[in-house]
Design a protein around this ligand. Structure first.
Ligand code: NAD
Length: 383
């Protein structure tokens, strides 16, 4: 019998949808889609890695429910979040004769979810879409909250919309084929949630179950996907258009992470590993700026190590990282802002003075030089 669990999301706009999480979630897709939609047509968008396995299954489930189902594959990877590909998908749905009653299903990781969601939100000024996330990151983060978008040459996610799904179907069985870096990306966002979620018990549960999670224990994965998705849903329900300041907590660790990803060259350091670095840095900054107890630094290091996110032997000049943070779109009035911790489960958005940031970046770089030396002089990402 299925042990799937449901999170009911109710947004201030009146939009409501369910997130179904479990090892039988995909089996329930036929009946749920039919309950939600009376239309004829559906389009499943996947990428070339996901389509042959899970995209096909999603198509079959929807056909069983009596829909006329089309499917399209995009190349895997961040480059698929482009206006050019969105245009190809708009043209395709128009060719298939889709009307505002029909719907799109995004089956894949965050790339497919953001792209397919963007296409759904703009075609005929918005048609319904269902998220079938297949990466850990997509299950706990990107499939929830309604942010869609594509990248420009000038930067990531610069064009996008808020468009909420009508259903999110997270089948834990999809995770069994994930590669190591994609586990790391998911675990980093889970760790982030555990530091900023309002209940300390979230962090304690994660710390106590980290070993089982990195061994991919199914029951523990179901539990942590549920806990993290519930947290994200509560945050976005309180701030569905990112205007109330509540969503800021989701950027914990991301200020330095974005600079690291950029300085290393996109794709060299996985986003999750950069976020883990950013959280180690933010914990240390929290001690100085907010008087956070130094035990939080230790707790951060232990948790990230246990989740398979060790400190990286990688460094860039402090000035370069500083300038990249200054140029970030989240920087306000020339002041770099960090989400910092007063304690685990107690966060605050703070504008940190430049000299304090530089002092900490200096210490961070010195520690990295030592780590690289221990690594035989080799930096992360070097062959
Ligand atoms: P991704 O979508 O690129 O997927 C990572 C890789 O895993 C791809 O190669 C994909 O083909 C493969 N894959 C997917 N599912 C698989 C499975 N079950 N088994 C084996 N391989 C599988 O990356 P991601 O980490 O899922 O998402 C990153 C994207 O999400 C970024 O573009 C980021 O901007 C976006 N994002 C969006 C939000 C949001 O709120 N909308 C939040 C966080 C991140």
């Amino acid at each position: 019998m299925s042990r799937d669990r449901i999170i009911h999301v109710a947004l201030p706009s009146g939009h409501v949808y369910d997130i179904r999480i479990g090892s039988g979630a995909l089996s329930a897709l036929s009946s749920t889609a039919r309950d939600l939609k009376e239309c004829k047509r559906a389009l499943v968008i996947s990428d070339e890695n996901v389509g042959p396995a899970y995209g096909k299954l999603v198509k079959k489930r929807l056909e069983e429910a009596g829909f006329e189902v089309y499917d399209l594959l995009v190349p895997p990877g961040e480059n698929s979040k482009s206006v050019e590909l969105a245009n190809e998908l708009w043209e395709a749905v128009a060719r298939y004769g889709f009307t505002r009653d029909d719907f799109i299903v995004a089956c894949g990781g965050g790339v497919v979810g953001d792209l397919a969601g963007f296409v759904a939100s703009t075609y005929m000024r918005g048609i319904d879409f269902i998220q079938v996330p297949t990466t850990l990151l997509a299950m706990v983060d990107s499939s929830i909250g309604g942010k869609t978008g594509v990248n420009l040459q000038a930067g990531k996610n610069l064009v996008g919309t808020f468009h909420q799904p009508i259903f999110v179907c997270s089948d834990i069985r999809c995770l069994k084929t994930l590669l190591d870096e994609d586990w790391a990306n998911g675990f980093a966002e889970i760790a982030k949630s555990s530091f900023v979620a309002p209940r300390r018990s979230f962090f304690e549960w994660l710390r106590d179950n980290a070993d089982g999670l990195v061994s991919h224990d199914t029951e523990l994965l179901e539990e942590i996907v549920y806990m993290t998705a519930e947290f994200k849903a509560s945050v976005v329900s309180a701030d569905s258009t990112e205007s109330a300041g509540v969503r800021e907590c989701l950027n914990y660790g991301h200020t330095l992470a974005h600079a690291i990803e950029n300085a290393a060259g996109y794709g060299t350091i996985a986003h999750g590993r950069a976020v883990a670095e950013g959280m180690r840095f933010a914990a240390r900054l929290s001690v100085e700026v907010l008087g956070c107890d130094v035990s939080v630094v230790k707790a951060t290091d232990v948790l990230l190590d246990r989740l398979g996110l060790p400190e990286l032997p990688w460094v860039a000049p402090a000035e370069r990282l500083f300038n990249l943070m200054k140029g970030d779109k989240k920087c306000r009035g020339g002041q770099i802002r960090f989400v910092l911790l007063e304690d685990i489960a107690k966060w605050k958005l703070v504008s940190v003075p430049d000299d304090v940031i530089m002092e900490h970046l200096g210490a961070w770089c010195a520690a990295k030089e030592r780590l690289i030396e221990q690594n035989g002089g080799k930096m992360w990402g070097q062959a």
